[in-house]
Structures are given as C-alpha cells and as structure tokens.
Design a protein around this ligand. Structure first.
Ligand SMILES: Nc1ncnc2c1ncn2[C@@H]1O[C@H](COP(=O)(O)OP(=O)(O)OP(=O)(O)O)[C@@H](O)[C@H]1O
Length: 244
C-alpha cells in the first residue's frame, strides 16, 4: 500500500513548468532515490512532499491524508546543514522539540541521545563554526531524527562533504534505515549520483527533463551492505545510465 501518493501533480514557477501531470507513489519501507537531469524538479518534489510547497493542481497524500503543510512524521535534510550559528549543537537539535511544546530539559535530554547516536557525544556544547562540515551534517541528521519522524527526505545530503565523510554517512544512513535503528522506515533521497543511488536505495526513479516524467523505475534487488565491485552492482549502474 502507498504511504506517499502523488496524484496528477502540476507545478510551475512563472512560465517554467516543472511538473505537468506527475503521478507516482512511495510505499512504506522503501528507500527511493530520485535521479534526473539538473533542474528537472527533484528538489521541488521533495519540498512538496515535505509540505513546504503546494502543487498548483493535483494532490499529495501521506497515509491517505492530504499534505497541507509540514508534518511531524516527515523530516527533511538538505545539502547544507542549515544550523543556527548562535546555538550550540545540543540546542540546534533540541529547538524543534521545544517549538513543538516540549520543555527545554526534556528536549535537551532527547537531543543528547540523538547526538550520541550520530557519533557526536562530547560535542554538545560546540557551536556550528567549531565543527567540520561532516559534523555539522551529523547535527542536522540528529535534529531530523530527534522529532522521531517516520519518513526521512534527503536532498543531496552528501554533496557538500569530503568523499570519506560522505561515504561513512551514506553507510550510516543505510544502516539506520535497514536495521530499523530509529523511527524512520521510509527514505526518499534526491541525488545526482547513480552510484550513490544504487549503493543506498532499493528503488531508483529516473526523471526526464522538465516537465519531469518518470522514465524509469527500477527495483534494486541487492543485499546490504552493498558491494560496489560485484557484477550485479555494475549491471544496475549500466541499466540506469542507459536512461540518463
Ligand atoms: N522558488 C523557486 N522560484 C522559481 N523557480 C524555481 C523555484 N524553485 C525551483 N525553481 C525552478 O524549478 C526548476 C526545478 O528546480 P529543482 O530545484 O526542483 O530541480 P532539481 O531537479 O532538484 O535540480 P538540481 O538537480 O539542479 O538540484 C528549475 O528550473 C528551478 O530553477
């Protein structure tokens, strides 16, 4: 059964038609990677699922309910960590909880737990400028996890990181999803990298240039953790590159 349903969605910015008539769905438990040419509308789709933008026509539903704005069950993580520079790592993670009505004490306790989960114990009192890019992105991940969402939306979350940091964060996100280590059961990730998509996702959706349509929808049937050097992995890369 579909968890997220996108039905006959239309979206334009001025005379730029991003989606004309997009219909697709995401099932509970999927890790879907969205690939496609630059500017085709992948981030726009993610922002609409996050409730940050509205379609001009058509509907987007989460568990049969219309998405009218941001929802607690759906968290979004961007390419840059978007932390508040004047708040500590701990308070950056705690703040969204306080904004939802939790006391600072309780919020900080939960924030401590998620900072520790992403490997940042001991850095609670650090300010963003005192942390590396990778550590800041981990704070952003802890902030997304702390509200205990069910769906994690990722918008090119590794593209601003150095290759080694990106690689360890990729493995950690796959693990937290695959091993059910958090409340997140479903992930939707925008990426430019076919390799990243096949390494992480169990479904790869390829979009055409604007107005974006789904040109390929491929199930990645490989065990985790994935071996990039296996012939099967290469076969999926070849299959997807044929659409790009
Ligand atoms: N707020 C906005 N105002 C005007 N135009 C916008 C806005 N957001 C997106 N666009 C336009 O909509 C189109 C789709 O943008 P979007 O960022 O969704 O694409 P994308 O596939 O995520 O691109 P990329 O892969 O380069 O990140 C682009 O032409 C972009 O310029």
């Amino acid at each position: 059964m579909a968890l997220i349903e996108i039905i006959k969605v239309r979206k334009s910015y001025g005379n730029v038609v991003v989606f004309n008539d997009l219909t697709m769905s995401i099932a509970k438990g999927e890790f879907a990677a969205l690939l496609g040419p630059s500017g085709c509308g992948k981030s726009t789709l993610l922002r609409m699922i996050a409730g940050l933008e509205k379609p001009d026509a058509g509907i987007i539903k989460f568990r049969d309910e219309l998405i009218r704005g941001p929802r607690r069950e759906i968290a979004l993580m961007f390419q840059s960590p978007t932390l508040l520079p004047w708040k500590t790592a701990l308070d950056n993670v705690a703040l969204p909880l306080v904004a939802r009505g939790m006391s600072w004490n309780e919020a900080r306790e939960i924030a401590m737990r998620y900072l520790s989960f992403v490997g940042l114990s001991g850095f609670e009192e650090a300010y963003p400028r005192q942390l590396s890019g990778g550590m800041q992105q981990r704070v952003a991940l802890a902030r997304a996890l702390a509200v205990e969402p069910e769906v994690l939306l990722l918008d090119e979350p590794f593209s601003a990181l150095d290759p080694l940091t990106a690689e360890s964060l990729r493995a950690e996100i796959v693990k937290l999803w695959h091993d059910n280590l958090t409340t997140i059961h479903t992930v939707v990730m925008v990426t430019h990298s076919v390799d990243e998509a096949v390494y992480m996702a169990n479904r790869v959706v390829v979009f055409s240039p604007r107005p974006a349509k789904v040109v390929a929808d491929i199930k990645i049937d490989l065990p985790y953790p994935r071996n990039r050097r296996s012939p099967e992995f290469q076969k999926y890369l070849d299959q997807i590159y044929a659409y790009i």
